[in-house]
Design a protein around this ligand. Structure first.
Ligand code: COA
Length: 168
């Protein structure tokens, strides 16, 4: 529930801290090399709306890393995975429920101290607590080591696989 190192505390975020999680989501895209011009001007409004809705409907919870000055220096967002807007989700949640992890970002000066791994571990605890059978995410190259460390593997299922068509 709460992980404390000498200088940092990792804990569940409060709703009042959602703005910082949204900023971190934006910064994550920039960090991955996306040009700011490619992102919507009202990105903050869009992200805040999604966080608010998913808190209500999909058990969204943030995990934040706080330094000894009480500043949030990293965050991740956990929720129930839903494909409802793409296709009807008819599987009973008691039979199968996946978690979804997004918005993983740590301020550059706080990286490579093991905080990312601890934060992802706390996300797993949350997924267990809300009854998820597995958790999914899209991994950027920088994120892969911390996800692998926590046990995430590439999706490779006998029954289904995601496919993509590049439209030229
Ligand atoms: C991805 C990200 C969250 C990782 O955070 P982090 O705090 O640097 O991660 P960790 O410190 O736990 O682990 C990273 C490396 O630090 C090193 N490390 C881990 N524990 C350490 C410790 N106690 N002391 C020193 N170094 C340590 C390790 O080398 C580790 O890499 P390895 O497991 O491949 O060897 C961070 O790089 C980030 O915010 N990147 C930009 C946004 C992004 O790409 N997000 C992912 C989107 S999917």
């Amino acid at each position: 529930m709460l992980e404390t190192t000498n200088r940092y505390t990792i804990r569940r975020g409060h709703e009042s801290e959602d703005g910082i999680a949204a900023d971190n989501y934006y910064n994550m895209w920039l960090d991955m090399g996306t040009r700011p011009e490619a992102l919507e001007d009202n990105w903050k409004e869009i992200v805040m709306y999604r966080i608010k809705e998913n808190r209500k409907n999909l058990k969204l919870c943030t995990i934040v890393i706080v330094n000894d000055c009480q500043e949030i220096v990293g965050s991740a967002i956990c929720q129930i995975h839903s494909s409802e807007l793409l296709h009807p989700d008819i599987m009973k949640r008691s039979v199968y429920q996946a978690g979804y992890l997004w918005g993983v970002f740590i301020n550059p000066e706080c990286r490579n101290k093991g905080l990312g791994k601890k934060m992802i571990k706390m996300c797993t605890e949350y997924f267990k607590e809300i009854g998820c059978h597995e958790a999914k995410l899209w991994a950027a190259n920088k994120g892969k080591p911390i996800y692998r460390h926590e046990g995430y593997t590439l999706f490779d299922d006998d029954c289904v696989q995601e496919m993509v068509l590049k439209i030229k």
